[in-house]
Each structure stands twice: as structure tokens, then as C-alpha cells.
Design a binder for this molecule. Structure first.
Ligand code: SF4
Length: 63
């Protein structure tokens, strides 16, 4: 499984970064980057939290 972000929906409010900054990163010019696109046993709980808490529903987990 891997993380997919719809950058057209993302409003760069960094909620996902607050949940896991090793997976999600926001640059100084408000560009979101997925540092770890693979969903792993270590990050899965955080990634699922980010999917739930993203106010724009911009994050998805795809096979
Ligand atoms: S929580 Fe959603 S809207 Fe906010 S930065 Fe992350 S992907 Fe973008």
C-alpha cells in the first residue's frame, strides 16, 4: 500500500505533518511532500490518522 495525496485539494495546513513528520513534510513555501510514500507496519496507524483528520480529505491509501 502507498500514500496518495491530491495536491489540488491539499491546503497545506500541516495537520498530517503534525501527526507524522517522518512521512509528511511541508516546505517553507507551503509545498507538501510525502517523504515515505510506502505504508509500513511502523507508520500505518499514523497514516490512517492523517487520512481521517485531513480536513480536505486529500490523503488516500491505495494498493
Ligand atoms: S492534512 Fe491534508 S490538507 Fe493538511 S497538509 Fe496534510 S494533506 Fe494537506
Amino acid at each position: 500500500m502507498r500514500i496518495e495525496v491530491d495536491f489540488g485539494l491539499c491546503e497545506a495546513n500541516a495537520i498530517c505533518v503534525g501527526i507524522n513528520s517522518e512521512v509528511f513534510d511541508l516546505s517553507d513555501d507551503d509545498e507538501l511532500t510525502v517523504l515515505q510514500p510506502e505504508v509500513t507496519p511502523d507508520n500505518e496507524a499514523d497514516v490512517r490518522d492523517a487520512v481521517r483528520q485531513c480536513p480536505r480529505q486529500a490523503i488516500a491509501i491505495v494498493d
